[in-house]
Design a protein around this ligand. Structure first.
Ligand code: BGC
Length: 592
């Protein structure tokens, strides 16, 4: 039978069924060799011992009795040897009984343990279930929370942050701009050349570097000095091979992918860290100012003229290529979304903005919460052990930073309680040791004997010899975790579409206009960036499948997901370019 996607036959058989079956038969090598019948003098085997006969345990003593009654001819030696033979036979029979019962006991225990393992998995799967009905509840909850977050500061767990980006790049941007993209495990420096005509990005160069771990928890000065000196090296390298006139002002768009309360399109205050960064002295400070000071300290002449979230950069690039792009989503180390909102819907700053029209709103959806989200005990433990408990609940179910660790926790539970993995490896206790790319590699292992799964379990978690059906179990755990994440992300996206009336349901206040709105569904493009979506095929397939299920066949074709490679960085350069010519709107909002 063909396996469906994500369908894995776990069976209820024992890990080593063949070994166990053997135990119920009496192996020929263990048959008593000194049975009396071999000692008879008439040359006949009076009591034939069928070669392949399995002797029921009750028959063993009868067989011995019968042997004693056999006529004996010849010397006492024969009688004596007969007695010895009988004793030996009885001894062997007893030993065989003991071995058999030990093996049967082991078999029963293994079978029970395996059933418990399967039960743990079933419970986990039930806890993670995302039927379409539940996803629709998440859609509604997302739309309602968005509204609440736009009405008042703190009105929702969704911060719905203003970005002061009113105009997305028009295509007329021209010149060379730099961008710095900081937000995940790597940071990127880009130099983008814009030709002045739509879709005319002449070229861009990128330098990617991992952020040294100690800088993620050090001081703001250390982090920004490291970034600024890398930026300086990059600029010098680039400009040594391309012309740069001394009079040209270098301008930079800074993508800073953490929750920031913007005070203008080029400045803002860090609200909190996410994704494992903990640099206390930075919270509450102006991010652009910190970078600008570090740039000056490093002797570089460059102006930070756009401060954006990565979602906003992705939206900017998406919109640059296709004007129907109104939503952008990041699904990578962290997760978040932004979209273009009508100014009059942003109730919390009515009358305070000087520029009319739409504005991009950074939702910070990683912090979304709803009682409809399927949460398991593993999620609760992961949250409790994280540096930001009760925070970023949606992100902890969806993003690349966490998925591998949820899988690790489920494997640990199975391993500890049920012993199917053998002795518990100490590595399994190490948080985040099973990174999401490794988890994806196990999930997508298509070798018949799941060789890649075995390799990762051996090399990363130090489980030397995991039988195939346990490997299948691990793949199933990965599948459950990824499927839930992808489907919840899909529900989140459709929640945004619902808020802006592009899901075909007539928006939050659905009703009699529903049919009409279905008929005039506009083409809507959602720009997506982030390794989880772009590099993980099964994640992508699950997300796309859920989008179609929720939207329905009629509406789904009008919603298009487009991947924007390097969108967050190139978008920052585009916004730096558009802000260098347009007027800038500012507002004073007291810091919460
Ligand atoms: C941050 C967001 C960011 C997202 C994706 C989240 O942890 O709070 O600002 O957009 O990660 O990088």
């Amino acid at each position: 039978m063909m396996k469906k996607k994500g369908e894995i036959d776990l069976g209820l058989g024992l890990p080593r069924a063949s070994a166990v079956n053997r135990s119920t038969a009496w192996p020929s090598s263990r048959r008593p060799r000194h049975h009396p019948r071999r000692e008879t003098t008439d040359g006949h085997d009076k009591v034939p011992f069928p070669k392949d006969r399995k002797i029921p345990y009750g028959e063993i003593s009868q067989f011995s009795k019968r042997s004693k009654q056999m006529p004996r001819e010849g010397s006492e030696k024969v009688v004596y040897m007969g007695k010895v033979g009988v004793k030996l036979a009885v001894g062997c029979a007893v030993a065989a009984c003991v071995v058999a019962s030990v093996m049967v006991g082991r078999r029963v225990r293994r079978k029970r343990a395996w059933r418990r393992v399967v039960r743990v998995l079933e419970e986990f799967e039930e806890g993670c279930a995302t039927p379409v009905g539940r996803l629709r509840q998440v859609v509604d909850a997302m739309a309602v929370e968005m509204h609440a977050g736009l009405v008042s500061e703190g009105g929702s767990k969704l911060k719905m942050l203003l970005t002061f980006v009113h105009n997305l790049p028009s295509g007329s941007e021209k010149g060379t701009y730099y961008a710095l993209d900081l937000g995940g495990t790597n940071f990127r420096i880009l130099r983008v050349q814009l030709g002045g005509q739509r879709s005319a990005i002449i070229g861009h160069d990128v330098d990617r570097q991992p952020i040294p771990l100690h800088l993620m928890t050090g001081t703001s000065e250390e982090l920004f000095d490291f970034i600024a000196s890398s930026l300086k090296e990059f600029v010098e390298r680039e400009e040594s091979v391309s012309e740069h006139s001394k009079s040209e002002r270098r301008e930079l768009g800074f993508t800073f992918s953490f929750p920031v309360k913007q005070t203008s399109s080029s400045s803002g205050i860090l609200i909190k860290w996410t994704k494992g960064f903990v640099i206390e002295d930075m919270v509450g400070r102006d991010v652009s100012e910190c970078l600008q000071q570090a740039i000056s300290r490093n002797g570089l002449d460059m102006q930070v003229n756009a401060l954006i979230n990565d979602t906003v950069g992705t939206l900017a690039l998406g919109h640059y290529h296709d004007e129907d792009t109104v939503v952008a989503v990041i699904i990578g180390t962290g997760t978040n979304a932004c979209y273009l909102e009508r100014a009059d819907a942003i109730i919390k700053c009515q009358g305070l903005l000087t520029t009319p029209g739409d504005m991009v709103v950074n939702m910070e959806w990683g912090n979304f919460w709803s009682s409809h989200l399927p949460r398991t005990s593993y999620d609760i433990d992961l949250d409790a052990d994280s540096p930001n408990p009760n925070d970023q609940g949606f992100e902890k179910m969806i993003s690349g930073m966490y998925l591998g660790d949820i899988v690790r926790r489920v494997i640990l539970r199975m391993s500890e309680e049920l012993g199917v993995f053998g002795p518990v490896s100490s590595k399994l206790h190490v948080p985040f040791i099973l990174r999401t790319p490794l988890m994806a590699a196990m999930h997508e292992d298509d070798t018949p004997d799941l060789r890649e799964v075995a390799r990762i379990l051996r090399d990363t978690l130090e489980f030397p010899d995991i039988p195939l059906n346990v490997r299948k179990l691990v793949v199933k755990v990965c599948d459950v975790v990824t499927r839930r994440a992808a489907r919840l992300a899909a529900a989140g996206i459709i929640g945004i579409l619902k808020k802006i009336g592009r899901d075909g349901s007539g928006g939050i206040a659905r009703g009699k206009n529903e049919a009409a709105s279905r008929s005039k569904m506009r083409r809507t493009v959602v720009a997506v960036e982030g390794g989880l979506y772009t590099n993980y095929t099964l994640f992508r397939e699950y997300l796309n499948e859920a989008m179609s299920q929720i939207l329905g066949e009629e509406i789904a074709p009008s919603v298009i997901i487009k991947v924007m490679e390097d969108g967050s960085g190139i978008g920052a350069a585009l916004l730096a370019a558009s802000h260098s010519t347009s007027s800038v709107d500012t507002i004073q909002i007291p810091y919460m």
